[in-house]
Design a protein around this ligand. Structure first.
Ligand SMILES: Cc1ncc(COP(=O)(O)O)c(C=O)c1O
Length: 404
């Protein structure tokens, strides 16, 4: 009945599923999902924008929208890239999509055949791994460290694949404020990656979901800015800077490349009402003010949580403080991540086991837990760290929550 890819996914644990059979001892503190702080949603500005769209003459917001996506919103997105990201682009460089996951899906559906090789950082975003599995791609991991993808390891992997006679379709990277590690690829590595990929004719897919969310200094220029879009497809989203429920993202690529992807869209367009609401909301630079303010908030939330985790669990876990983004990648040393994950749930804090972020669902780099701090109410961050620390201690002392 189901095709082979769907059949395999059917029996796989969902990446956002809670551990089975665990009854939390207290109301849960959410630290598993990458969602913006609820209090930051600019509700009244969105309401005002929605009113303007609904009251506007004509029915453009209420009929199908074919093509690359609403031109006005693509203009606004292009203007932000020109202003902040060093890219001289216009609307023709953008196709609007259903979030950046929709963008990744579209790019991969267009390019990937079953068995094709995709190289990805290990660890990498579990949602994209699921996408790759759904297309029956052969995902080959490349290691990373605090400066992002390890380019020497990438070169060795490419050489090995060439010896095997395996063409490589795509290199997928989350180059800035990586999910889950928080790492950012250094400028020398960005340049080396571009050179290597160009030499071998391999397309780079740069997932830039978090690139604007730096805490202190700007990250290095994007891969697209460094190559003027040659050999790079970038995906972006309003999910992390504004709200995940909007479901608006985009593919950014050279105009000559985009019709390829656009012709693979069969879903009769995006939600026309929402794209216009976001377009109106973005007028007058309010989004820029909003992004500036959430950067500061997330920096404070990260520091609060990291300080508390050092205080309560500094003897059992270790981690690097990220310079932006949504996540803390916590090394739990000898403590098995899945035990910590289940026990944390019992203690009343959710998190994500590091195993979810590897193609083979095993973490060859040790034991890790991903903590997402932006959605957690500020007042609960300290308590979240305390419960997490209690879970770690319980696992260390042989009192892990039983598998369900
Ligand atoms: C690296 C990365 N890419 C893509 C996505 C998907 O986001 P959306 O489809 O909401 O834009 C996420 C969400 O967590 C992510 O972390």
């Amino acid at each position: 009945m189901a095709n082979p890819a769907t059949g395999a996914l059917l029996h796989m644990r969902g990446d956002w599923d809670p551990p089975t059979g665990i009854i939390p001892r207290r109301e849960l503190i959410p630290m598993a999902i990458g969602v913006p702080d609820s209090d930051t949603i600019p509700r009244s500005a969105i309401l005002e924008a929605a009113k303007g769209v609904i009251e506007a003459p004509g029915d453009a917001a209420f009929v199908y929208g074919f093509g690359m996506g609403h031109a006005g919103l693509r203009d606004s997105i292009a203007a932000r890239y020109r202003q902040d990201r060093g890219l001289d682009v216009d609307r023709d460089w953008f196709v609007l999509t259903n979030g950046s996951s929709g963008a990744i899906d579209l790019v991969c559906r267009t390019l990937i055949e079953p068995g094709d090789v995709i190289i990805a950082e290990a660890p990498t975003f579990m949602g994209t791994l699921r996408n790759f599995r759904g297309l029956q791609a052969d995902v080959r991991p490349v290691s990373m460290d605090k400066d992002g993808m390890n380019i020497d390891a990438l070169e060795d992997l490419i050489d090995a694949l060439h010896r095997e006679g395996r063409p490589i379709k795509l290199i997928y990277t989350i180059s800035t404020f990586h999910n889950p590690t928080g790492a950012t690829m250094s400028l020398p590595r960005r340049l080396a990656l571009l050179r290597l990929a160009a030499r071998h004719g391999i397309l780079i897919l740069d997932d830039d979901a978090y690139g604007e969310l730096h805490f202190v200094s700007d990250p290095p220029p994007t891969l697209a800015a460094l190559s003027n879009g040659h050999g790079v497809i970038t995906v972006g989203t309003f999910s992390k800077i504004l709200a995940t429920g909007l479901r608006i993202g985009w593919i950014l690529g050279r105009p000559e490349a985009l019709p390829l992807f656009n012709n693979m869209r069969f879903a009769m367009g995006l939600n026309q009402l929402v794209v216009r609401v976001v377009e109106r909301y973005m007028a007058n630079g309010v989004l820029d003010q909003h992004v500036r303010s959430v950067r500061g908030l997330y920096q404070r939330k990260m520091s609060t949580f990291a300080d508390a985790l050092d205080h309560y669990a500094g003897d059992v876990v270790s981690f690097e403080r990220p310079a932006g983004g949504f996540y803390l990648w916590v090394n739990t040393g000898e403590l098995k991540a899945e035990d910590v994950w289940r026990t944390a749930m019992e203690e009343g804090v959710t998190c994500t086991p590091g195993t979810n972020f590897f193609p083979g669902r095993a973490d060859p780099t040790g034991n890790h837990i991903r903590i997402a701090f932006p959605w957690t109410p500020s007042a609960q961050l300290d308590e979240g760290a305390r419960r997490f620390a209690t879970a770690c201690r319980r696992v260390r002392d042989g009192d892990a929550a039983a598998p369900g």
